[in-house]
Design a protein around this ligand. Sequence first.
Ligand code: SAM
Length: 171
Amino acid sequence: MANERIGWAVELLSPEPSERISEIGCGHGVAVSLVCDRLVDGRMVAIDRSAAMIEAAKQRNSGHIAVERLKLHLAEFASANLGSARFDKAFAMRVGVFARGDPARELTRLARHLSPSGRLFLFYDEPSHPAVNIAQRLGAAVCRHGWTVEATLTRAVEGCDVACVIARPPV
Ligand SMILES: C[S@@+](CC[C@H](N)C(=O)[O-])C[C@H]1O[C@@H](n2cnc3c(N)ncnc32)[C@H](O)[C@@H]1O
């Protein structure tokens, strides 16, 4: 069962049937299911550095894997081997490096794998931190690396105050 936080994120992401989409830090693969359910000839690649999470995502999404709509990678995103993959949209939810670290390596990787018109959607929430402050932090981190913030949204869902920043890569 998808929760409201993840449902809101996928609504904002708004996957189109033919899009190529990537998720960084897919966890149990709940958002993966919601995205893949909307794809027809589109494809999804989801990455997580935890073997237990990749196994859970695999169990949950075996049907999408069987028809080659979905590939799962067990890897740290910054060093994942994604070959020549190009994505229309990439997203990450509750992945700490974007909100609390320096995502230099991750953003360099993303810029390489997003199509020129591609977009990155970052979602983050922290107990007792207003989403507007988190959105500022997310936005500042991507801007430091030459990305442009296109939109900032916040939403209170299930007791979480969630921030979303939509950014486009450097040209
Ligand atoms: C807090 S969980 C969130 C899971 C899911 N995105 C959600 O919002 O429910 C963070 C997940 O991201 C993964 N993760 C964190 N940093 C990562 C990185 N640099 N590369 C790949 N996976 C990462 C963790 O292993 C974990 O499964």
